[in-house]
Unconditional design. Structure first.
Length: 133
C-alpha cells in the first residue's frame, strides 16, 4: 500500500505531498498524520503541497480535518507551497481551511511555526534524526 512519508524534525512533523492524492491515500495520510502527532507529541505540522496543481473539495476537507485534529492534540498546522490555481479553487468551493495557517514556502512555514509555538524546551538531538514511514 502506498503511503506519504511523514518526517519528524524535532518538535515538528513534515509532510511533502509529491503525487496527486486519490481518496484512500488522502484518508490514510489524515489518519497516519494524526497518529504521529499523538505518538510524538509534535507541536507543529508542516504540509508542503507545492507539487499539487489541483485540490478538490474532498482534499480541501482532508487538509482542514488534519488542521483541526492536530489542533485538538496540541499541534499547529501550516500548509505551504499552495499554487494560485489551488487557492482560487478553494475559495470558489467555499473552503476556508479553518485551523490551518498558510505560508509561501517551507522556510517561511517553519519560521511561522516557530513564531506560533513556544519552544522553550531544549530539543533533543536524537529526536531530530527520527522519521517514520
Amino acid at each position: 500500500m502506498e503511503k506519504i512519508p511523514i518526517l519528524r524534525m524535532g518538535k515538528f512533523l513534515l509532510v511533502t505531498i509529491q503525487i496527486d492524492l486519490y481518496d484512500r491515500l488522502a484518508l490514510n495520510l489524515e489518519s497516519d498524520l494524526v497518529q504521529m502527532v499523538s505518538k510524538t507529541a509534535a507541536k507543529g505540522v508542516l504540509i508542503d503541497i507545492s507539487a499539487l496543481s489541483i485540490v478538490d473539495s474532498f482534499m480541501g476537507r482532508i487538509i482542514g480535518n488534519i488542521g483541526n485534529m492536530s489542533k485538538i492534540l496540541g499541534a499547529e498546522t501550516v500548509v505551504v507551497g499552495m499554487q494560485p490555481a489551488v487557492a482560487i479553487t478553494l475559495i470558489e468551493l467555499g473552503l476556508e481551511l479553518k485551523g490551518v495557517h498558510t505560508s509561501l514556502n517551507v522556510e517561511r512555514g517553519m519560521d511561522l511555526l516557530r513564531s506560533i509555538i513556544d519552544l522553550d524546551e531544549p530539543e533533543n538531538d536524537e529526536e531530530d534524526a527520527d522519521s517514520s514511514q
